[in-house]
Design a protein around this ligand. Structure first.
Ligand code: 13P
Length: 257
């Protein structure tokens, strides 16, 4: 059985001081033993501090981006080795904000996924259609294009197993207060799993698929109780410790864990 996951994406929020305050509050508000795997994807500047603060807490640490070579003349970039050294275990790749504001495309995303896997970092690969694509009825097509773009040609003959996490984040649902419907998101998660299987990336039963986009304590169970959805990737509702703790509680109480 796949362990449920809750991933916080803090985006470009929180100084080191604010990150430390969050952790202190959050750990006070939640039980140490959780049936849910919790990952905090923090800004680069807070990662080293958080690695120390989260030690022995059971919470995992994630980055929001990285470049793919081990090192080199790439001003402003961070490598997988640098993340590993700190104790980062996860890295978001292909988030729609990176595609949209920083021009990230398939070739780069694929190199990042490959580099993360090669270094034993778990990529949380984000896919999702935008408003226009949704209205044109192209959701399935877009998901397939993005999946193949990110994974094609990778040496995955042992299957994806637990090496990678997928996140379905419809762009129109991010930060808008209008989430997808649980059953629609479940259908896309099911499509993702069947596409992976079709492509020969099986066994895929262990691959966790998250939903992201306007998730809050009041709606999280609608997603995490679905058959194909194994958790949530959360932006806005992960920023205040009390809100994030409420999400963990909602998932533990009735979220299908
Ligand atoms: P919101 O939860 O703020 O809609 O953001 C979702 C997201 O982009 C997580 O990666």
């Amino acid at each position: 059985m796949r362990k449920k996951m809750l991933v916080a994406n803090w985006k470009m929020y929180k100084t080191r001081k604010e990150a430390a305050e969050f952790v202190r509050h959050f750990l006070q508000e939640t039980e140490a033993q959780q049936p849910v795997e919790i990952v905090i994807c923090a800004p680069f500047t807070a990662l080293a501090d958080l690695a120390v603060l989260l030690k022995d807490s059971g919470l995992r640490l994630g980055a929001q981006n990285m470049y793919w070579p081990d090192e080199g003349a790439f001003t402003g970039e961070i490598s997988p080795l640098m993340l590993k050294e700190i104790g980062v275990g996860y890295v978001l790749i292909g988030h729609s904000e990176r595609r949209r504001y920083f021009g990230e495309e398939e070739t780069l995303i694929r190199k990042k996924v490959a580099a993360a896997l090669a270094h034993g970092l778990k990529p949380v690969l984000c896919v999702g259609e935008d408003e226009k694509e949704r209205h044109a009825g192209r959701t399935g097509e877009v998901i397939q294009e993005q999946l193949w773009g990110a994974l094609d040609g990778l040496d995955l003959k042992d299957g994806l197993g637990e090496k990678i996490v997928l996140a379905y984040e419809p762009v129109w649902a991010i930060g808008t207060g209008t989430p997808a419907r649980g059953r629609d998101a479940d259908a896309v998660a099911g499509l993702i799993r069947s596409l992976l299987l079709k492509k020969g990336y099986g066994p895929v039963e262990g691959v966790r698929i998250l939903y992201g986009g306007s998730v809050q304590a009041g709606n999280i169970a609608e997603f995490t109780t679905q058959k194909e959805i194994d958790g949530a990737l959360v932006g806005g509702s992960s920023l205040a410790a009390a809100d994030f703790a409420a999400l963990v509680k909602a998932m533990s109480d009735r979220g299908g864990t």
